[in-house]
Design a protein around this ligand. Structure first.
Ligand SMILES: [Zn+2]
Length: 227
């Protein structure tokens, strides 16, 4: 089950990911970024952390994690970058020096030459599996074992659809901050609930309370199904 303070921290870092990407685009145009260090490490989160540490002084406060949060932030940032976007086929580098060409640096150097991914049918199928995993875990954590039939009943309840997508997305975001990423399926989850979260300004406001409310709705439904 969600712990509000931890979820709030993860959501704040996720918002900083958007801010950092915006800053990178502007700073690229001004030639303020360096890709001179060539990364041979295959772990993009470690690469992102090195790159963020190296540019820390120039990164504005709204896009900069505090020192203790940098590892977690690097994982979230690199997942956000590579699962939400893809490099355009003929992406032209904004920076023309012979810098690093690792996956993380390629994304950072592409500037506007990245485009939003569209989740595929397969991604939505994986998203469905993630929701089942989330429900089973929630059931175990709440101490009320939920039967496969009850899980199906919760799936079939369309009024819970957005809450289930939202809560599963938040639980995957926490997993991303710790180690793993479920790739584009997480983007599929986002698409399933974010439209409903848009404010009148067209922005999606994500607070820990939004997801805790979603989880509580599901818990209540679970108790109804198992009782
Ligand atoms: Zn690199």
């Amino acid at each position: 089950m969600f712990v509000e303070s931890h979820l709030s921290t993860v959501l704040e870092l996720q918002e900083k990911s958007f801010a950092l990407l915006r800053w990178v685009r502007g700073a690229l145009r001004d030639g303020r970024l360096s890709f001179a260090i060539v990364h041979t490490n295959a772990d993009s989160a470690i690469v992102a952390q090195e790159w963020i540490e190296r540019h820390r002084a120039g990164i504005p406060a709204d896009a900069r994690p505090n020192a203790a949060q940098t590892t977690m932030f690097a994982r979230l940032f690199v997942s956000f970058l590579t699962t939400s976007f893809r490099l355009k086929a003929n992406a032209i580098r904004i920076v023309s020096d012979c810098g690093c060409r690792c996956s993380c640096c390629s994304y950072l150097q592409a500037g506007p030459n990245i485009e939003l991914r569209t989740p595929t049918k397969k991604d939505f199928g994986t998203a469905r599996e993630l929701k089942q995993i989330y429900l089973r875990r929630l059931s175990a954590e709440s101490g009320s074992e939920i039967s496969p039939a009850a899980i199906e009943a919760i799936f079939a309840n369309s009024s819970l659809g957005a809450s289930l997508s939202a809560a599963t997305w938040a639980s995957e975001l926490i997993r991303r901050s710790e180690f793993a990423s479920q790739g584009t399926a997480v983007l599929a989850l986002w698409r399933e609930f974010a439209e409903q979260q848009r404010s009148s300004k067209g922005q999606v406001r994500m607070t820990a309370k939004t997801f805790i409310d979603a989880e509580n709705l599901i818990l209540a439904a679970m108790k109804g199904e198992s009782g």
